[in-house]
Design a protein. Structure first.
Length: 217
């Protein structure tokens, strides 16, 4: 009888141990499955955070600023008629003339006229009644197309291209114009490249005025 009680007691203990072990095993398995189910959401959140960070970096902009003197975008020597003789000079240096204005008159009665609205920069002419030679010229600068320049650091030069838009703020008349990059220097000086921006004059800008130049990259 006593032996039978011992067997029953041991059986009960073994059964309790088995139940406890099974509970622990199934409990750990449930937690593991729950973690696995939640993991994709955590990875998705991490991916979204990284994507948002990349978009923020991509949308960050830098504005390059510099003051510049306004010059003419077109400067050239008007071709004179060699072998003709000079009769009269109709303009003066530093004078502004409109397209079609007479610049000089030859002895045969013909005229040299301004090809566009321009400033007379320099007159290199013979004496009156003198013969016009190939070495003579009239230098003019356009008033319609103007330009400004700025220096761009070597660390930023690869962020700009020909045709990129720029803003020109003419301080004297408190007016802004839109221009476009037309030239990027190929050789740096002290780590900076020369960049030229051209813009169209509406008639209010004078050569020699100061402008602030902005390029957003």
């Amino acid at each position: 009888m006593k032996h039978k009680k011992i067997i029953i007691t041991l059986s009960i203990i073994i059964l309790i141990v088995i139940i406890v072990v099974c509970f622990i095993v199934f409990s750990k398995k449930g937690k593991s499955e729950e973690f696995v189910m939640q993991r994709p959401d955590m990875e998705n959140m991490e991916w979204q955070d990284k994507s948002q960070e990349n978009r923020t970096r991509k949308n960050q902009t830098t504005t390059l600023n510099e003051n510049s003197e306004i010059t003419s975008a077109i400067s050239e020597n008007v071709e004179l008629h060699a072998t003709y003789y000079l009769s009269e000079v109709c303009v003066e240096e530093k004078q502004y003339v409109e397209k079609g204005t007479n610049i000089l008159k030859y002895t045969n009665g013909t005229y040299l006229i301004a090809p566009y609205d321009c400033y007379i920069v320099e007159l290199n002419l013979p004496e009156i009644e003198g013969k016009v030679l190939n070495s003579h010229y009239v230098q003019i600068e356009s008033k319609n197309m103007l330009s400004v320049s700025m220096k761009v650091d070597e660390t930023q030069i690869n962020n700009i291209d020909i045709g990129k838009e720029a803003t020109i703020n003419v301080t004297a008349i408190d007016k802004k114009y839109t221009g476009y990059i037309t030239h990027i220097g190929s050789i740096a000086s002290n780590g900076k490249f020369d960049v030229t921006i051209e813009f169209e004059n509406d008639g209010n800008v004078m050569i020699g005025m100061t402008a602030g130049v902005e390029i957003t990259i």
